[in-house]
Design a protein around this ligand. Structure first.
Ligand SMILES: [Zn+2]
Ligand SMILES: [Zn+2]
Length: 371
């Protein structure tokens, strides 16, 4: 079975491209034919069902500096639903061929003396390995991976939605472990990529009133998707910076002002743009929280005295762990996060288009049908 030739989407190049250059994906990547390696102990062979394109996959294809560390060539992809085809030698776990699962993206070293791994939080392990970056991943039609990564499907989960359990699990980690949202809070989400949209949905489900920001080109796709769900949408530009829009008064659907005197109760930063973070922390009320889900292509210059004087709490969220995967699956099955509203499905032969649309922000979440 391992000798079957399958296709994969491989990251090869390291040429830097402008974030708007949709053709960049073809220059740094290629579709390759490959054979799966023999299984080692602890590994499984799986068929990928649906794999989603992550913002970090896009950044890797554009060769942003924060993704320089990925070895090339590499079949990327870490947000996926998959089916067990074969178990490696000596396997004694519960998985059987045919079982559906979601792999955790971040696998810890699982050593006794690792503080992250000891608490079950592989996402905090300094030696973690990420599927699709440290080893070939889910943009192959099959993949070999560590059995320890597999989180079984819960009852009722649609395999298409299974592809977004991983990103949703990160937002679950942020919202329920870091954000402390109370009903009636005004929550500002900066950045309307899928992490921002998911954060906006979960914050609202927790009882907050939510505004999400984007730029002009987001108006018709990403912000539209949020607007259709009753989330306040805000276009920021050099002419209309966030702080002055807030001070002038952003209105909700009922015409009431969002925030108090231009300040909000919580900021969830999902844009990954240094200037956005630097500006947005000034929109947070004293003694309130700033939650960072994004990573940044360069160091961010922050007004640290402002953080002191406003007694702000800045919290980072790195990835997610298995408990978060379980909660994310439940939120999808119970439709707390309405996945069908945000997913755009592509066939595998159109994977370049899926990447190009993601680069141009012409899709909310591109999911590729792998087989
Ligand atoms: Zn991801
Ligand atoms: Zn560890």
């Amino acid at each position: 079975m391992n000798n079957k030739t399958i296709k994969g989407f491989s990251l090869n190049g390291t040429e830097r491209f402008h974030p708007g250059d949709a053709d960049a994906v073809k220059k740094n990547t290629s579709i390759v034919e490959m054979e799966m390696p023999e299984l080692k102990e602890g590994e499984i062979l799986a068929e990928t069902l649906y794999t989603a394109i992550c913002g970090s996959d896009v950044s890797a294809c554009l060769s942003k500096p924060n993704f320089d560390w990925i070895e090339r060539p590499r079949v990327i992809g870490h947000e996926t639903s998959a089916k067990v085809l074969k178990l490696g030698p000596g396997y004694r776990g519960k998985l059987k061929p045919g079982d559906l699962f979601i792999p955790v993206a971040q696998l810890g070293c699982q050593k006794e003396d690792c503080p992250g791994c000891r608490s079950g939080k592989w996402n905090l392990c300094p030696d973690k390995t990420i599927l699709g970056y440290h080893r070939n991943g889910a943009f192959g039609q099959q993949m070999v991976l560590e059995a320890d990564r597999a989180v079984p499907f819960i009852e009722g989960l649609d395999p298409v939605f299974g592809a977004i359990v991983e990103p949703l699990s990160v937002v679950v980690n942020a919202i329920y472990s870091k954000c402390n949202i109370k009903p009636g809070m005004d929550v500002l989400v900066t950045g309307c990529g899928i992490m921002g949209l998911m954060a906006a949905e979960l914050a609202r489900a927790a009882g907050a009133r939510v505004a999400i920001t984007g730029i002009e080109q987001d108006w018709n796709v990403r912000l539209k998707a949020a607007r259709e769900r009753g989330i306040i949408t805000v276009v920021v530009s050099p002419k209309n910076p966030l702080l002055s829009l807030l001070e002038k008064g952003i209105r909700d659907q009922d015409g009431r002002t969002f925030g108090a005197k231009g300040k909000v109760d919580l900021l969830i930063e999902c844009s990954g743009i240094p200037q956005v973070l630097a500006e947005a922390i000034c929109a947070v009320r004293p003694e309130h929280d700033v939650c960072l889900i994004a990573t940044y292509p360069s160091k961010v210059e922050l007004d640290a005295t402002h953080i002191t004087r406003q007694s702000l709490n800045i919290k980072g969220v790195m990835g997610s762990h298995k408990d978060n995967f379980l909660v994310a699956q439940k939120l999808l099955v119970q439709k707390v996060f309405p996945a069908e509203h945000y997913i755009n499905l592509y066939e595998f032969e159109n994977i370049n288009q899926a990447f190009a649309d993601s680069i141009k922000a012409q899709t909310t979440k591109a999911v590729v049908k792998m087989n």
